[in-house]
Design a binder for this molecule. Structure first.
Ligand SMILES: [Fe+2]
Ligand SMILES: [Fe+2]
Length: 280
């Protein structure tokens, strides 16, 4: 039976509509028939402000998926879960570990989930699904679990550590993407894309038997990408013939500019309030 999946950007770094608000963070809302889910929850409780303005009822949420543990994706979890206590939670165990980022001056700051968020997850223990492997969230919508890093050109490192002394790099194994199939091919949603967008796409193609990829939405984390990585990433987008590209959040302005210049008729905004419809 044909079903429409409606993807709405609930929280993102930019906004172009009156009355909605933006912040450094990301949250998507997906409506699949009468069921709905959240992929990430933004940095603050902003989703509580934006959802009613977009005629989204958070109370009806069936599932909340965390793309990884960084607090710009997990900060609204407590509020989302209070609004929808029946929702099942999907996350990788490593999302709960301590996470730090190194500032340019060498100091570090914690960017892992705060205590209230971790407590929300602990209290919801029976409704938590740990996602190391590809897992169906609901009605044909899947989360990847851990994504193998296969393409060295993606340089998926970065100033991320598991300790405040920057001694142990954080491999961010918790980073995962959401995907579902449509008549035109797969739609992929990324949180921050720490595993690398090409690694993520190749892994999803591997586990879906090589289905074409129709659309990519979300954070591509190309902030530190040099010319070689950008060139190879764009070449992969062309080779896979990706029709819709809505780069968001942590993609980075120089990378956004290059993507738009290279694929002008395929790129579109992913700002707060943007709605996309896909036929399942
Ligand atoms: Fe992140
Ligand atoms: Fe992020």
């Amino acid at each position: 039976m044909q079903k429409t999946i409606v993807v709405t950007t609930l929280v993102e770094n930019s906004v172009h509509a009156r009355g909605l608000r933006a912040e450094h963070g990301l949250s998507f809302h997906l409506q699949v028939g009468s069921r709905s889910l959240l992929f990430d929850t933004g940095q603050s409780n902003l989703l509580l402000h934006n959802a009613p303005k977009l005629r989204i009822s958070l109370a009806d949420t069936d599932a909340i998926i965390l793309s990884h543990g960084h607090n710009d994706h997990t900060g609204g979890l407590q509020a989302a879960h209070e609004a929808a206590p029946q929702a099942r939670l999907f996350l990788h165990r490593a999302a709960l570990s301590q996470k730090f980022v190194q500032n340019p001056d060498g100091t570090t700051r914690s960017i892992g989930m705060d205590e209230a968020t971790a407590e929300t997850i602990r209290r919801a223990a029976k409704a938590v699904v740990w996602t190391r492997q590809p897992t169906e969230v609901l009605d044909g919508i899947f989360v990847t679990g851990e994504i193998p890093r296969q393409h060295t050109f993606e340089d998926t490192g970065g100033p991320f550590f598991r300790d405040a002394d920057s001694a142990q790099p954080d491999p961010l194994l918790d980073d995962q993407a959401l995907y579902f199939d449509t008549q035109k091919g797969l739609v992929v949603l990324l949180g921050c894309g720490h595993a690398g967008v090409v690694n993520t796409l190749e892994y999803i193609r591997h586990i879906t038997g090589g289905r074409p990829i129709h659309a990519i939405l979300g954070g591509l984390h190309l902030l530190a990408a040099g010319p070689e990585r950008m060139e190879k990433t764009i070449a992969v987008f062309r080779r896979l013939d990706i029709r819709r590209l809505a780069p968001a959040h942590c993609t980075g302005l120089p990378a956004l500019a290059q993507l738009w210049a290279a694929l002008p008729d395929r790129c579109s905004s992913c700002a707060v309030g943007v709605r996309m419809h896909f036929q399942h």
